[in-house]
Every structure is written in C-alpha cells, then in structure tokens.
Design a protein around this ligand. Structure first.
Ligand SMILES: Cc1cc2nc3c(=O)[nH]c(=O)nc-3n(C[C@H](O)[C@H](O)[C@H](O)COP(=O)(O)OP(=O)(O)OC[C@H]3O[C@@H](n4cnc5c(N)ncnc54)[C@H](O)[C@@H]3O)c2cc1C
Length: 401
C-alpha cells in the first residue's frame, strides 16, 4: 500500500473492502475505520500499520502500509450513500453502482489539470535555456547560434508546448462535462456517467504518460545542465510519473475505458443511439461513412484518428469474439488486452484533438487575431506530431482511413 498520511499520521482511514452479508459477496464497498488510539496514537489491537520508506518522490507524504487481524467494526461505519445494509444483513444498492465512481472521476479530472502545470514548467525551463545557450555554428562564418535555431531542438520543445495547450483545453472540456453530468445526476439522469468515467479513465493515463515522457525530453534538451538537480526537471519528473500509478494504475484504467468502448461498439453495430464522445463510431459500425478520410488538414487528421479508433475497437471486438469460441470471455479479454489498451488510447486522442479544435474555434471571441493565428499553428503542430507518432495505427486500419 502507498496510502498518504497513513505511515505516521492517520487515526482513521476509509477502507475499500469486499462486503459479505448473509453469506453473499456484494463486491467492494467503503468503510470508515479507526486505526490508532486518538489519545496515545498507538495502533489499535488487530491493526498493523507503518511507514513504507523512502520513495522516488513525494517524500514529504508519510505513505503507509496497513494490515488487519480479526478486526471488527460496527455496521454504522459503512459509508452507505450508494449502498445500504440493514441490521438484519439485508443489502440494497442504488440502481447505478457507477455512482460510487464520482469522486475518483473528479480526482482524475484534476490530475489531468495538474499534469499541464508540470509540463508547462518543464517546457518553460527548456525553452528559456534554448534561447540563451549557444552551440555549434550553423553557418561557419557566423557565431554560434542559440540552440533553438537547430531544427532538431525545435522538434523537442515545440511539440511539448503544443501538448500543454491541448492538454489544458482537454482538461477544461472534461471539467465542463463533469459539471454537466453532475447536474444531470441531480435530475436523476445517469445516462452519461459511464461516458464521463470512461473518458477520465483514458485521459489520466494518456496525459500522465505523455507528460512524463515530454518532461524527460525537455530535460535532455538542456544537455548536461538538465541533469543537474538545480534544473528542476528531477522534481517535476517525480511528480508527473507518480500520477502514472496513483488514482488507478494507467494500464488498468485504459482497460476500463476499453470495456466501455466495446459496449459502445456493440451498440453501434445494433444501430442504437450512442453518447456524444463515441457518436463517431456510428458511421463506421454501419459502414455508412465516407470511404476516404485522410487529408493533412486538422479536420482531415481528426477524421483519420476517429477511423483509427473505430478500426482498432472493431478489431479488438472481432478478436474477443473469435477467442471466445475456444476460451472463457475473461480469458479472451485478457488475450486481447494489448489491442484494447491501444484502442482506448486512440479514442482518447480523438477527444484531445476535438477538445482543442473547439478551444481554438471559441478563442476567436476572446483573443486577438494575431494570438488566434498562433493557436491555430499550435493546434496544427499537435495534430501533425500526433499523426507522426500514430503512423503504425493509421496503417493498421487503412481500410477505414
Ligand atoms: C505516489 C503514490 C501515492 C499513492 N497514494 C495513495 C493513497 O493516498 N491512497 C491509496 O489508497 N493508494 C495510494 N497509492 C497506491 C496506488 O493507488 C496503487 O499503487 C495503484 O493503484 C496501483 O496498484 P498496485 O500498487 O497494487 O499495483 P498493481 O495493481 O500490482 O500493478 C502492478 C502491475 O500489474 C499490472 N496489472 C495489475 N492489474 C492488472 C489488470 N487487471 N490487468 C492488466 N494489468 C494489471 C499493472 O498494469 C502494473 O503493470 C499511491 C501510489 C503512489 C505511487
């Protein structure tokens, strides 16, 4: 366990544990549990608790381990907002168990936002360094240029700058969607909760993976100075990479998104109505979309990415169905795991690009024409860089693209 505040500080914890009543298991539920005596601060009988030791980062947080031996808590300690157990052991839950994911979804939304802050710090350091550091004359008759004049240096830093803006725009879209869905929930409409959950489950992994990689690229872009602790990259990297694991391990989250996508694909095949972020599956599932998608405009790249995501989920679905003929559904899903995570990543890239296209379109109302032009260029750079990184995917499903 790596639970924050548990190592030395926490007297109480919210524990997620399997709930059994009347001999039946109802899955994981939250319980508030006392761990230490409020006066002496010593662990209670049956509790094993302690500090896990030095970590890559976050060393100011006393993360801890925890074990229970024959430890009993009263029924009233169960957090019963979304599921209840009566004194007689009768179990009743809300009609949509996904309600209990609400808090986790909000936390993941804020992780996406935090990551844009980490990357913006890293690109600022790298960009400033690149405009003062001079190396290697390009023209032998001229003095050494600032290193940003080297095109290869630009290709390290500029796409990272574009990512900051795109990730920020996407985080804002997700926050907007979060509040919309919360309002719908208050009216008893739960229909978009799975979509929000699925989206937060893929945006968090993609953002944390890409930001962690981009911070490292920025560090390398500062040569030997980037290796100094005083460059700041080390601290930024530690913060960024921690989020690849906490609040849901990235691969596990991508598989959750994929489960939602497979369901949506099946709905698409049946011609059922799809929720907004997967609505683009419809024309691919029914083969009614335009036949050729790729052109190098941002809109063309978006269509190609949609085709890629739809193509990858179609293949994953087909392979699960084929495997199910000789193995269980769970085994078939496990054997298709890599394809499923890649499909989830591709779907997430569609949302990134869509959100940033909207951000740039809307910016016309709030920014000068000159700044708008910069935003358009940044968006185009992000889109082209994404295509360059996705060539294998685009080729794999070229019948769609
Ligand atoms: C800095 C930090 C702070 C944290 N803070 C807290 C906190 O405050 N509270 C708290 O409760 N926890 C906290 N955690 C714990 C964190 O939530 C877990 O570490 C995380 O969920 C991963 O679980 P795990 O460590 O058991 O890894 P595992 O689940 O054992 O993962 C190990 C590997 O197995 C793979 N794997 C596991 N399950 C599957 C699957 N179903 N399918 C495919 N692959 C799988 C993973 O992809 C990964 O590669 C923190 C972690 C870190 C790093």
């Amino acid at each position: 366990l790596l639970v924050g505040g548990l190592g030395h500080t926490a007297n109480y914890a919210v524990i997620f544990a399997q709930l059994y009543t009347l001999g039946k298991c109802h899955g994981i539920h939250p319980f508030i549990v006392q761990l230490r005596d409020e006066e002496t601060h010593k662990p209670l009988k049956g509790i094993t608790v302690g500090e896990i030791g030095n970590k890559v980062g976050f060393n100011t947080v006393n993360n801890g381990f925890l074990g229970f031996t024959n430890y009993r808590i009263p029924l009233k300690n169960m957090l019963m907002k979304n599921a209840k157990v009566s004194e007689s052991g009768e179990y009743k839950k809300e009609k949509n168990s996904i309600l209990s994911y609400g808090t986790m979804t909000m936390v993941r939304v804020s992780i996406v936002r935090d990551q844009t802050v980490y990357l913006s710090k890293a690109v600022t350091i790298a960009m400033r360094y690149a405009t003062v550091r001079r190396q290697s004359p390009i023209d032998p008759n001229l003095p050494e240029p600032k290193i940003i004049e080297h095109v290869t240096q630009q290709m390290k830093i500029f796409p990272a700058i574009a990512k900051v803006l795109v990730f920020k725009a996407t985080a804002e879209s997700l926050v907007e969607m979060f509040y919309e869905v919360m309002q719908e929930l208050q009216k008893g409409d739960l229909s978009r909760l799975p979509e929000l959950h699925a989206l937060s489950c893929c945006l968090k992994p993609i953002t944390t993976n890409e930001v962690t990689q981009a911070v490292e690229v920025c560090r390398l872009a500062c040569g030997g100075h980037g290796y100094l602790n005083s460059s700041g990259f080390n601290d930024i990297f530690k913060m960024a990479t921690a989020a690849q694991t906490y609040e849901g391990e990235n691969t596990v989250l991508l598989l959750q998104t994929a489960r939602f996508l497979i369901k949506a694909w099946k709905q698409g095949l049946k011609g059922e109505k799809l929720t907004p972020t997967v609505a683009y599956f419809g024309s691919f599932a029914s083969h009614t979309g335009p036949k050729r998608y790729f052109d190098s405009s941002v809109a063309g790249i978006l269509r190609a990415l949609q085709a890629t995501a739809a193509g990858k989920i179609a293949l994953a679905f087909q392979h699960i169905e084929e495997r199910k003929k000789t193995m269980s559904a769970e085994e078939a899903t496990n054997f298709t795991g890599i394809e499923l995570t890649k499909a989830a990543e591709a779907h997430c890239q569609v949302f990134f690009l869509e959100s940033s296209i909207k951000m740039v379109d809307n910016s016309a109302r709030s920014v000068s024409p000159a700044l708008k032009k910069v935003l358009v260029d940044v968006l185009e750079l992000y889109a082209v860089d994404l295509v360059m990184r996705s060539l294998g995917n685009l080729l794999q499903v070229k019948s769609f693209v």
